[in-house]
Design a protein around this ligand. Structure first.
Ligand code: HEM
Length: 425
């Protein structure tokens, strides 16, 4: 979906579900009813309003996993896990448990309490009836999962390698790579936190934490309902992205569409997720004059328009500016996407989040971008872009400190399946 479609999705959901009173109660009943559970009637205006803020559900099952083309929900957590399962069967059970739990959580409904003398089967932090809230749980596998521990080496798609270190990277080992990555996104933070807790419980003893980071989208503050929200350098982010509703384009840029040439049959329908935790030196940035900031990006900060233009989604027409009179030759958008025939197949689908982790030991704000992008082949796409950006002026203001490459396996195909099932077929 294009950024426009993403925004429409969120706005539409909020509009549908945002009303209070009788209409709000009906809308809330609609979401929960769709979840196939019995609907508790709202017993106070407060409860109706609280439910009314929840977003519609997103299906967990399908040919591709959710959370890739899905419009970016406001809240996210990325969790990298290492497999400590003792055997291949134990790993398979953990993957089955992940999908089973993720499917239930995404559908929502009445939470199960379990047997009277057992701990409740749901921790209960969202109450007895769970709204889907657009929850998506996207499961990826790092190259390290395909080592010799679980007999999976022959099944690693050739495009999946460990993320290399790029020229200006300051990668911290404890925040980089991982056997698995869970991307958990939803409308509300408590939905994400609840899902994380339930998923970790489901895989206890088989998968353990390696690193995690929480992200958020800045609120949509206009001026138009299509305007992109801002990153923490205050520029609109997500303006120029391949159109996710164009299936042929997604097949070209995002999905592995056929077996052969290094793609095993089980991986058809997969994509490679690139996650880069990029710290942004915001105090340093805030001391830079606005024209210099805009030249570094190549866009006007307030409107998001390409320099010299007047609206956000206008084509920057780099072809009409070959000497960089309007948009400098080393501007971020020009290097990231030169818009030439030769670079057309290098494009990626970005789906990033802002992060704020408080302060570091020196009292400096620890803020940045969880850069997240999906592509068929990171060597052909992401890495080529990153190499062009290695020495851009913006590089002085950012430090990539973690992340990794993860193969987002194909979708389950249906409720009988589980993500990664093809590895054990
Ligand atoms: C903290 C680091 C970064 C910041 C602050 C940043 C900021 C931006 C901004 C403000 C835009 C223009 C609006 C838009 O089209 O979304 C943009 C575009 C873009 N960025 Fe970044 N970016 C960062 C890192 C990266 C990285 C690591 C890559 C890939 C290696 C990347 C690839 C792109 C691409 C492909 C575009 C679209 C260019 C176009 O088609 O015009 N960015 N970025």
């Amino acid at each position: 979906m294009s950024p426009l479609d993403r925004r429409r999705f969120i706005t539409r959901s909020l509009l549908t579900l945002g009303a209070t009173g009788a209409a709000g109660a009906g809308a809330a009943a609609g979401i929960l009813g769709a979840a196939g559970c019995s609907v508790a009637s709202a017993d106070s205006a407060g409860r109706i309003a609280a439910r009314g803020r929840m977003l519609d559900g997103v299906a967990f099952d399908g040919p591709h996993q959710a959370g890739i083309l899905t419009p970016a929900q406001p809240q996210a957590t990325f969790v990298a896990l290492d497999a400590v399962a003792a055997t291949r069967d134990e790993l398979r059970s953990a993957l089955q448990a992940l999908s089973f739990k993720a499917r239930r959580l995404a559908r929502g409904g009445r939470s199960l309490t379990g047997a009277a003398d057992e701990p409740p089967t749901d921790c209960g932090t969202l109450g007895a009836v769970i709204a889907p809230d657009a929850l998506t749980i996207t499961i990826g596998f790092g190259a390290s999962l395909f080592d010799d521990r679980f007999g999976l080496a022959a099944l690693r798609p050739a495009v999946l390698t460990a993320m290399p270190a790029f020229a200006t990277d300051e990668l911290v080992a404890a925040h980089t790579h991982g056997d698995l990555l869970l991307q958990i996104c939803a409308g509300q933070r408590d939905t994400v936190v609840h899902a994380l807790r339930e998923l970790m419980r489901a895989v206890h003893g088989s998968l353990e934490l390696r690193w995690s980071i929480d992200g958020f989208q800045s609120a949509a503050r206009g001026p138009s309902k299509h305007s992109s929200s801002r990153n923490l350098f205050a520029f609109r982010d997500g303006t120029s992205n391949p159109d996710a509703s164009d299936a042929a384009l997604m097949n070209r840029l995002v999905w592995m569409t056929a077996a052969g040439e290094g793609t095993p049959a089980w991986a058809v329908g997969a994509t490679v997720q690139v996650v880069r935790v990029i710290r942004m030196n915001v105090e340093f940035w805030d001391r830079v004059g606005l024209p210099e900031q805009e030249n570094m990006i190549g866009r006007v900060r307030e409107s998001g328009a390409p320099l010299g233009g007047d609206s956000e989604f206008q084509d920057p027409r780099l072809d009409l500016d070959p000497k960089g009179a309007r948009i400098p030759l080393d501007a971020h958008i020009r290097l990231a996407n030169p818009r030439t025939d030769a670079t057309d197949d290098q494009r990626i689908l970005r789906r990033g989040y802002n992060y704020h982790r408080g302060f570091d030991a020196a009292g400096t704000l620890d803020q940045g971008l969880i850069f997240c992008a999906f592509n068929r082949d990171p060597a052909r796409q992401f890495a080529r872009i990153q190499k062009r950006l290695d020495h851009e002026p913006l590089a002085d203001y950012v430090s990539p400190v973690g992340g990794g490459y993860f193969l987002v396996a194909p979708g389950t195909g249906g409720i009988e399946g589980y993500v990664g099932g093809g590895l054990f077929a």
